[in-house]
Design a protein around this ligand. Structure first.
Ligand SMILES: C[S@@+](CC[C@H](N)C(=O)[O-])C[C@H]1O[C@@H](n2cnc3c(N)ncnc32)[C@H](O)[C@@H]1O
Length: 264
């Protein structure tokens, strides 16, 4: 049997490099992604922004920029914030193509925001928090930069099916993307938001069907991992197959959540 040479743990890259290595080369795919460019959650964020008309809005983990684009119509200024310089360049280019002159970009990690206290009226984040390894610290930072009377909106994939479904869900996500940390449950979100000094509302839930080939292509998943995902889907017990609506061809359906929170 031939063994793959394995680097010692001391040579492994930090989690942040894993994230930028995963997302940087895929920036164009995230700008173009139909899953990210649409959705009721995006509509919810746009509607809340239209109601609040924030002078300054912050998009944490902006990825391909769809939240920033949605906020730009209602906000005075939008800061698109991400670890990946490639993502930010793609967002500015697409914002320019759309004639959105009020988006600026800033690179950094959500757990250390380079912004003054109370400097934003609206903070939003969508499909990014499942990569945050220290959710408490990131939410404390989001709370710190949110002005009194401001509003925060967090949208992400969530875990709803109990421990069995949860284990399969996180495993599928991790095989696709080694920078995945965790799809948190609504209870985890509520507790973490409260610890950070937010007053969270009851979350709203939706379902999101993922097209298997484009879900894999967006993360440039290597064949060995794609094969493991297929094997895991085929090994899923009935409870998991039912909850995730695993289809022939590997398409499946996730739970998503939106939680709105105000300073506590
Ligand atoms: C799936 S994309 C986000 C999609 C986008 N928000 C949307 O609605 O279309 C996830 C993004 O989160 C970013 N990200 C992950 N961890 C981060 C962190 N700790 N700080 C800042 N950005 C982070 C990644 O670089 C990536 O661009």
């Amino acid at each position: 049997m031939t063994r793959q040479p394995q680097p010692p743990a001391s040579e492994a890259r930090p989690h942040q490099s894993l994230i930028t290595d995963q997302f940087g080369p895929q920036a164009a795919a995230y700008v173009a992604s139909a899953v990210h460019a649409s959705g009721a959650d995006l509509g919810q964020i746009a509607a809340l922004a239209a109601r609040h008309r924030p002078a300054r809005a912050l998009d944490l983990g902006c990825g391909g920029g769809h939240v920033s684009f949605a906020l730009a119509a209602a906000a005075g200024q939008v800061v698109a914030y991400d670890l990946s310089a490639d993502m930010l360049a793609a967002v500015l280019a697409e914002g320019g193509r759309r004639g959105l002159g009020n988006i600026t970009a800033q690179q950094g990690s959500v757990d250390q925001l380079p912004f003054a206290d109370a400097s934003f009226d609206l903070v939003a984040s969508r499909f990014s928090a499942h990569h945050w390894h220290d959710l408490d610290r990131a939410l404390a930072e989001a709370r710190r930069v949110l002005a009194p009377g401001g509003i925060a909106i967090f949208a992400d994939v969530t875990s709803r099916g109990g421990p069995l479904v949860d284990t399969f869900l996180q495993a599928l996500e991790l095989l696709r993307d080694p920078s995945h940390v965790r799809n948190r449950s609504a209870e985890e979100w509520q507790a973490a938001l409260a610890r950070a000094g937010f007053r969270p509302e009851a979350p709203s839930f939706a379902r999101l069907r993922l097209d298997h080939p484009s879900w894999l292509a967006r993360m440039n998943v290597p064949p060995v991992m794609a094969a493991a995902i297929t094997a895991l889907q085929q090994a899923a017990p009935a409870e998991v197959a039912r909850h995730l609506e695993i289809e022939t061809g590997g398409h499946f359906t996730l739970d998503t959540l939106v939680v709105v929170a105000r300073p506590g």
